[in-house]
Design a protein around this ligand. Structure first.
Ligand SMILES: [Zn+2]
Length: 326
C-alpha cells in the first residue's frame, strides 16, 4: 500500500535539499490530483490585510477553504468516529508522497495557506506527540532548508489530526514571527544552556521563546527540558499546549515556541453573528491569522486580536517559571 503511494524516496545522503523533490511533487500533484489543483486555484483568490496592533503587526488571510481545519471538531468522540485522513490507506487515490527517512511521508496539503504547503505525516497511525519525534523536527528543518520552515501543532492546540503524528512545512520567512525573531530590538537574551541561546521576544502581545544553536542534540535536549518544565508548571501529565516552528540557516537552527494555555478563544464559541472563526495554531500565533469567514476578515480589529493572543498564550509569569527551570 505504502509503495503505491510513493512519488519518490528521500535519502539525506543524496546531499540535496528535501525542497527539490517536494517542489517537484507539488507540480506533479497539481496536474494529477484535482482536489489539490482546486485548492491552489482557490489560493490565488485569497485576500490579505495588514493589521497594526499594540507593539506588533499581524496579517489576516481570508481563506474560505480553511474552514475544514479551523472549523474541525477535534474532541475525542468526533476524532474516533471519523476516518483518519492522514493514514496511508485513507489518502485520496491520486495523492502521492515522498518517503522521508523510512518513517514519514511528505504530502501536499489540499487546503493550502501558502504557495507551497506540505504535511509531513508518520507512515503509522500514532498520536500527535512532540517528545517522541522532536529529533525529526530538527532533521526535517535541516533537510528542508533553506527554502522551508517546519512547524508543529500540539494535539490540543491546533492539530486537526490529533490522533496522527504530523508536521507541516511552509516557505521560509512567510510567517511574520520568523522575521520578527531577527529584529535585534525585539530580542531579549535570557540565558545560554550548553551552547544553546534562550531568548524571548519583547512587546509582542503573546509569549514567544526562541532556542538557537548549532548542535541539534543540545537543542533537542533543551526543547525536551522546556516541555518537561512546562508539564511540571501545569501539573498535568498530558503534553503541554505548544506550537513550534523550526528553521535552519547558515549552520544554525532556530526554534520558535509559543507556549499556550488555551486552544480556541471564547469568541469562537459564540453563536450567530458574534462568533469569530479564528482557531489559533502555529501559523496564526506566528502572526498570519486565517479567517475562513469573510465577515470576520472584514471586521476583526486590533483590540480583538490582542485579546485573543492574551487569552490563548501562556501567561508571562508562567513562562518566567519555565525558563527559570532550564
Ligand atoms: Zn491515521
Amino acid at each position: 500500500m505504502l509503495y503505491e503511494k510513493l512519488f519518490s524516496t528521500y535519502d539525506p545522503q543524496d546531499q540535496i535539499s528535501l525542497s527539490e523533490p517536494s517542489i517537484a511533487l507539488l507540480e506533479e500533484q497539481k496536474k494529477s490530483w484535482r482536489q489539490l489543483s482546486d485548492g491552489y486555484a482557490a489560493l490565488s483568490f485569497v485576500r490579505t490585510r495588514e493589521l497594526p496592533c499594540n507593539g506588533f503587526s499581524v496579517r489576516l488571510q481570508f481563506n474560505p477553504r480553511r474552514i475544514v481545519s479551523s472549523g474541525a471538531k477535534v474532541d475525542a468522540k468526533s476524532i474516533s468516529e471519523r476516518k483518519c485522513f492522514l493514514c496511508v490507506e485513507n489518502l485520496p487515490p491520486d495523492q502521492k508522497g515522498i518517503l522521508y527517512r523510512n518513517e514519514f511521508l511528505v504530502l501536499c496539503n489540499p487546503a493550502p495557506i501558502f504557495a507551497q504547503h506540505y504535511t509531513i505525516s508518520n507512515i503509522k497511525h500514532l498520536p500527535q506527540a512532540i517528545e517522541k519525534f522532536s529529533a525529526t523536527l530538527f532533521s526535517l528543518a535541516k533537510d528542508f532548508s533553506p527554502e522551508f520552515t517546519v512547524f508543529y501543532n500540539g494535539p490540543k492546540c491546533g492539530a486537526s489530526a490529533p490522533d496522527h503524528m504530523h508536521f507541516q512545512a511552509s516557505p521560509s520567512e512567510i510567517i511574520p514571527v520568523e522575521r520578527d525573531a531577527e529584529d535585534a530590538a525585539r530580542r531579549a537574551a535570557i540565558k545560554t544552556v550548553k551552547g544553546v541561546s534562550v531568548l524571548r521576544l519583547k512587546n509582542y502581545g503573546r509569549e514567544v521563546v526562541l532556542l538557537e544553536g548549532k548542535d541539534s542534540e543540545s537543542l533537542n535536549a533543551l526543547l525536551l527540558e522546556f516541555i518537561t518544565a512546562m508539564r511540571r508548571v501545569s501539573s498535568s501529565l498530558e503534553e503541554p499546549m505548544l506550537n513550534i516552528l523550526c528553521s535552519y540557516r547558515d549552520g544554525m537552527w532556530r526554534v520558535i515556541i509559543f507556549p499556550r494555555r488555551k486552544h480556541r478563544p471564547d469568541v469562537y464559541f459564540l453563536e450567530g453573528e458574534r462568533k469569530i472563526l479564528i482557531s489559533p495554531a502555529s501559523v496564526d500565533m506566528g502572526g498570519l491569522l486565517i479567517t475562513p469567514v469573510e465577515k470576520d476578515f472584514l471586521s476583526v480589529d486590533a483590540a480583538l486580536i490582542e485579546n485573543i493572543f492574551k487569552e490563548v498564550s501562556a501567561e508571562q509569569s508562567v513562562v518566567d517559571g519555565i525558563l527559570e527551570e532550564l
